[in-house]
Design a protein around this ligand. Structure first.
Ligand code: PLP
Length: 361
């Protein structure tokens, strides 16, 4: 039986979850075919056009798993980071090419709901959610499909070469002179991971001090990346000393053999609820509802580690593969505040602190 996770109570200060599962590592799959908007699959059956925001390996795995239990449906997916996905949905509003969006922090789903880009769906499996107040939209426009905390990844070889330096254990440590030009993080305009980090700081410090902090933090960054998880890979390769990434993505890189030390800010870190929503005007609504229901089943949510994904589940009866990643001090992240202000905060960051041109792929 699964122990009750911390998020059952609604809010969040480093409590205990149970059960470890064994991870298994698979090689990255080839990129998937783009969505077509057609409702006819290659085998003559139905099609589902999926906008997929987690790492491509997990997207490819979920596609295969869904097609196995729904052999009459072909899933076409495109992998886009959260900000890119939101821009795409805005641009396609009058002729939506995707049926469902799966993954990426719910801040972007809250923004998408406000822009009338989503379709409500009262799935029977919403009843499986551990904490419906936290993990679904009150009007059923989106539901949570995983949970994860932000962490710091430090290259162990760099630490060996700098014996006086410890891995960062507070947000302020990122501003230390030894990390000048040594930080790697995604840009909040393209990445939900990076936006979660930015909005964490604005909540922890308040907006005035938070923006001042972000100005200094942007000055420490060697290179902004497009995707949220990429800094873990680049820091593992020694391109910078420290990456700011979701902790499950750091674990995924460690599982692949990267020399990374994982640490957390002691004063509190931000966390994400990864979202899922049907797109308004979806051309393949039945298939989208099937995916939505399926993604909220415990067996589906336990598939992650098979595809090197270590996020915690959102449904009862599914065991967390790495419960320790949520046994840290988490802030009381205000998803409505961050979702409602996403466009303004990202525009301010981009216009005043760091441009989103030439992001590292
Ligand atoms: N990839 C992984 C593995 C994630 O855990 C998440 C978090 O939701 C994302 C991607 C989000 O993507 P991005 O930060 O690129 O928007």
């Amino acid at each position: 039986m699964t122990k009750q996770p911390w998020y059952t109570s609604g809010l969040v200060l480093g409590l205990v979850m149970g059960l470890l599962l064994t991870a298994c590592v698979a090689p990255p799959p080839p990129a998937a075919a783009p969505a077509t908007g057609s409702d006819v699959g290659s085998a003559g059956g139905g099609v589902l056009n999926l906008l997929c925001t987690p790492q491509v390996e997990w997207c490819e795995g979920m596609k295969a798993e869904f097609e196995r239990v729904n052999p009459d449906i072909t899933v076409n997916f495109v992998r886009l980071s959260s900000g890119e996905a939101l821009t795409r949905l805005r641009n396609e509003k009058d002729n939506p090419q995707f049926d469902i969006w799966w993954g990426g922090p719910i801040d972007s789903f809250i923004a998408a709901k406000q822009e009338d880009l989503l379709e409500a769906y009262d799935s029977p499996n919403l009843a499986n959610l551990i904490n419906p107040d936290l993990m679904k939209d009150p009007d059923n426009f989106w539901a949570g499909v995983y949970v994860g905390s932000l962490g710091f990844a430090t290259n162990k070889n760099w630490l060996d070469e700098h014996p006086d330096v410890e891995p960062p254990t507070s947000w302020d440590d990122l501003l230390n002179p030894e990390f000048d030009g040594q930080i790697m993080v995604a840009h909040p305009s393209s990445s939900g991971t990076s936006y979660t980090a930015m909005c964490t700081v604005l909540q922890l410090k308040g907006e005035a001090a938070g923006w001042e902090y972000l100005r200094e933090y942007a000055g420490q960054v060697l290179q902004f990346t497009k995707s949220g998880a990429a800094p873990a890979k680049f820091v593992g390769q020694g391109e910078a000393a420290v990456g700011l990434v979701f902790s499950h993505d750091i674990v995924a890189e460690i599982e692949k053999g990267s020399p990374l030390a994982l640490s957390f800010p002691a004063e509190g870190t931000g966390y994400e609820i990864g979202g899922m929503a049907i797109i308004k005007g979806a051309k393949n609504l039945d298939a989208a509802q099937k995916w939505f229901d399926w993604a909220l089943e415990p067996a589906t949510q336990e598939l992650g580690p098979k595809y090197n994904a270590f996020q915690a589940p959102t449904v009862q009866g599914a065991a967390a593969s790495r419960p320790e990643l949520l046994e840290v001090t988490l802030i009381d992240y205000d998803f409505d505040y961050c979702g409602s202000n996403k466009k303004d905060f990202v525009d301010r960051f981009t216009n005043e602190l760091a441009s989103d041109e030439n992001l590292k792929e």
